[in-house]
Design a protein around this ligand. Structure first.
Ligand code: ADP
Ligand code: MG
Length: 149
């Protein structure tokens, strides 16, 4: 699915829509260059989950946990990760295979430890379409048959 937005508000609203329907255990991966709108999207998703406190980029903590919404929300920003071993140290698997909703900004940097079941969101600019234009591609891999059921 491809969605085009032309303002931060539209990207926020798209995130909000996903947050409203997000199910427990869902892992969202976000990829796209610096300043493309990953955090704007995340803020919308958090609002959709019923979180009212401000969402910032968890730059120095890797993961920020929000408990006040409909489901626990685990917001990762792995931009500064050195190697994937750092993720194990913070209990990564307990989050992404847990009951809450996880969202991972810069998921491409930890590709090898992304759960097979996830929803991949890619945000891209296209300057020919204007400065505020974003192309947002959503691929739902959350319902794939892993062969064990
Ligand atoms: P990232 O987390 O990907 O580094 P941010 O979400 O922090 O990026 O910043 C995105 C910036 O782009 C914000 O300043 C926002 O106002 C701006 N922007 C302009 N147009 C859009 C759009 N269509 N969607 C999202 N953000 C946009
Ligand atoms: Mg960000």
């Amino acid at each position: 699915m491809v969605i085009e937005t032309r303002s931060p508000e539209e990207t926020f609203t798209l995130g909000e829509t996903l947050g409203i329907s997000a199910k427990k255990g869902t892992v969202y991966t976000l990829t796209g260059d610096l300043g493309v709108g990953k955090t704007v999207f995340t803020q919308g998703l958090a609002k959709g989950l019923g979180i009212t406190e401000p969402i910032s980029s968890p730059t120095f903590t890797i993961v920020q946990v929000y408990e006040e919404g409909r489901l626990p929300f685990y917001h990762f920003d792995v931009y500064r990760i050195g190697d994937v071993e750092e993720m194990n140290e913070i209990g990564y698997e307990d989050y992404v295979y847990g009951e809450g909703v996880s969202l991972i900004e810069w998921a491409n940097l930890i590709e090898e430890i992304i759960p097979e079941r996830h929803v991949a969101i890619r945000i891209e600019k296209d300057l020919e379409q204007g400065f505020d234009y974003r192309k947002i591609t959503i691929e739902d891999h959350s319902k794939i048959d892993m062969g064990e059921e």
